[in-house]
Design a protein around this ligand. Structure first.
Ligand SMILES: C[S@@+](CC[C@H](N)C(=O)[O-])C[C@H]1O[C@@H](n2cnc3c(N)ncnc32)[C@H](O)[C@@H]1O
Length: 200
């Protein structure tokens, strides 16, 4: 039997019953089809000690990534919206997450990512709305150590033809398919998820 994972337990902090989001509720289940579960799984499988998140938005993805990462792992989270980052910082404090576990950077991802260490990361998670995904793939792959993974969530894999979201997915898919060194998997999780690793 797979043991139930108590929400908030583990490296990211203590359990808090008060402010439970839908994603956290899913953490009560042994397993669930959810983006946070995939992020935690990838972070754990990769034994991630260094990860990057593009588009923190809400605290959930930050907390679940940290839960999967090594106890001393550091998550660098980039978001252009400083207000959202303040909310993330407050949630991390409330969960008892040590300040050394995260590096919150307020900025435009395409400007911040090139400043990060090449080959220094196990996992890159992209959760921004459709737009610069091909650029994020290029910049994200540069950051990964051999065997590292870049994962896109909220991709709208089934977006209506002709929409900006559909175009973004088509472009990303085209670039991934063209590069035979890349190993992708698309999953119907959330609005659609694509994980890519590079075969070396
Ligand atoms: C959908 S939310 C992310 C949700 C969150 N990761 C979760 O699942 O809990 C998207 C976030 O991307 C941020 N964002 C959008 N464009 C960005 C950019 N160019 N650079 C950095 N952050 C960006 C937005 O401010 C927003 O907070």
């Amino acid at each position: 039997m797979i043991p139930e994972t108590p929400v908030g337990a583990g490296p990211a902090g203590r359990d808090t019953e008060r402010h439970r989001s839908p994603a956290q509720d899913q953490g009560r289940a042994p397993f669930a089809v959810s983006v946070p579960h995939v992020l935690r799984f990838l972070a754990a499988a990769l034994r991630a000690r260094a990860a990057v998140e593009v588009g923190a938005g809400a605290p959930d993805s930050v907390l679940w990534l940290l839960r999967g990462m090594a106890d001393d792992g550091v998550l660098t989270s980039i978001d252009v919206d400083a207000t959202r980052q303040r909310a993330v910082r407050a949630a991390l404090r409330e969960e008892g997450v040590g300040s050394g576990r995260t590096r919150l950077i307020a900025g435009v991802a395409t400007e911040v990512l090139p400043r990060l260490t090449e080959g220094g990361y196990d996992l890159v998670s992209v959760a921004t709305p459709a737009g610069d995904h091909v650029r994020y793939l290029e910049l994200g792959l540069r950051l990964l150590r051999p065997g590292g993974v870049i994962v896109f969530s909220g991709l709208q894999l089934t977006a209506q033809h002709g929409t900006a979201a559909a175009l973004a997915v088509r472009e990303l898919r085209h670039v991934v398919e063209e590069d035979t060194s890349l190993v992708p998997v698309a999953l119907p999780v959330g609005r659609g998820l694509l994980a890519v690793t590079k075969q070396t």
